[in-house]
Write a protein that binds this ligand. Structure first.
Ligand SMILES: *Cc1c(COP(=O)(O)O)cnc(C)c1O
Length: 397
């Protein structure tokens, strides 16, 4: 089918939930994707922080092929080897003692909210249900997760929201402290706000939240759906702060593109779930977990990948800051590892389009923040190519 027909059919047959670029991506290898007309693009979006190992990593491809030939799906009423193996590997490499698997980020957040409420009632024996979340956050689109998301634009037209969330400013632990009531059961926060414009909190913020949780018997729930799996230069972003959460939500980079989400938790928090309290037909599916396991193994065995992220991120931000010195309309450059934002004083849409024309996929969030989240295997040379292209585009403004 020719490209223009695919795009026309998309408008005819798909719901209008995304404003899509007018191209069809058909192939990816490493840091590069190809469209249906054979043009290639350097990918600084990575499926929104999903393709951390690059596109079609051979280890993940082989694991999927093998698993697809053996067993694609069975019910969670039986043991699933790949699910157990992925759970074990995640537990061995994190603060957590137990894992629960689902199919997306928003589902991991739903599970986190449910576990938090039940933990208070079943384990602490207090009837508490409120979760404190932060303005500018993004936790997903299902009702619990979107209610946790403290951004008006995601609620509009869908009200009423699920009750039991209190919103406070991000990067303000005093505001969190002041919002704790006798109904609070958990604090839910992203270590770096991704969709909210790549906002990095001051050092010590997560530590202060940890302390508040300990003082009030609350659960600290980290949404590492975007920051996890090496994105910030550690396997998980909480490692930067020297604290551990009680619960963590993962998805995006976990399966290298296979839909898989996970809820990780301490033994103490996990006790609140018992057979029949929560579940998912597809959650922990053999194919999804085979991809997850191969991805995690690749990331850990080739540990140079995560080790390089900090230096690559610094190189990237240095390049962007040199542009900021040249162009006064660039308001800020910030980020952690390879999750980087550049704030403009105008809408970034046209810059995204210009980059596309020149063979670079980039993203824009909250209208004015260009967001860069390339595969972690990106090279300095590839980063420099984008910086040069941006320089040319900005010069013409
Ligand atoms: C993407 C994202 C989600 C939602 O994940 P889905 O898989 O799209 O449901 C939740 N939280 C954060 C921080 C995210 O980046």
């Amino acid at each position: 089918m020719i490209t223009s027909d695919i795009i026309k059919d998309a408008q005819s047959f798909l719901m209008n939930t995304y404003s899509r670029q007018p191209l069809v991506l058909v192939k990816g290898r490493g840091t590069t994707v190809y469209d249906s007309d054979g043009r290639e693009y350097l990918d600084f979006v990575a499926g929104v922080a999903v393709n951390n190992l690059g596109h079609c990593h051979p280890r993940v491809v082989v694991a999927l092929q093998k698993q697809a030939q053996r067993l694609m799906h069975v019910s969670n009423h039986f043991h699933i080897e790949a699910q157990v193996a992925l759970g074990k590997e995640l537990v061995r490499n994190s603060f957590a003692d137990k894992a629960f698997f689902c199919n997306s980020g928003t589902e991991a957040i739903e599970a986190a909210i449910k576990l938090s409420r039940r933990y208070s009632r079943e384990i602490i024996k207090k009837d508490r249900f409120e979760v404190i979340t932060m303005f500018g956050s993004f936790h997903g689109r299902t009702y619990g997760a979107v209610s946790a998301t403290a951004q008006e634009k995601f609620h509009q037209g869908f009200e009423p929201m699920v009750p039991g969330f209190r919103y406070v400013p991000f990067n303000d632990s005093k505001a969190v402290e002041a919002a704790v009531t006798d109904k609070t059961c958990a604090i839910l926060v992203e270590p770096v706000q991704g969709e909210g414009g790549v906002k990095v909190p001051a050092p010590g913020y997560l530590k202060a939240l940890r302390k508040i949780c300990d003082e009030h018997q609350l659960l600290l729930v980290l949404d590492e759906i975007q920051t996890g799996m090496g994105r910030t230069g550690r396997l998980f972003a909480y490692e930067h702060e020297g604290i551990t959460p009680d619960i963590m939500a993962l998805a995006k980079g976990l399966g290298s593109g296979m839909p898989v989400g996970a809820l990780l938790a301490t033994d103490k928090a996990s006790q609140a779930f018992a057979p029949g309290t929560h579940g998912s037909t597809f959650g922990g599916n053999p194919l999804a977990c085979a991809a997850g396991l191969a991805s995690l193994e690749a990331l850990l065995e080739d540990n140079i990948i995560i080790q390089n992220v900090e230096a690559l991120g610094k190189h990237f931000m240095d390049g962007l800051r040199s542009l900021k010195a040249k162009y006064p309309f660039i308001k800020d450059v910030r980020g952690q590892g390879l999750l980087i934002g550049m704030e403009l004083d105008f809408e970034g849409k046209e810059i995204v389009t210009e980059c596309l024309k020149q063979g670079f996929l980039i993203n824009c969030t909250v209208n004015t923040v260009l967001r860069f989240m390339p595969p972690l295997i990106i090279s300095k040379e590839e980063i420099d190519q984008l910086i040069d292209a941006l320089d040319g585009i900005f010069q013409k403004r």
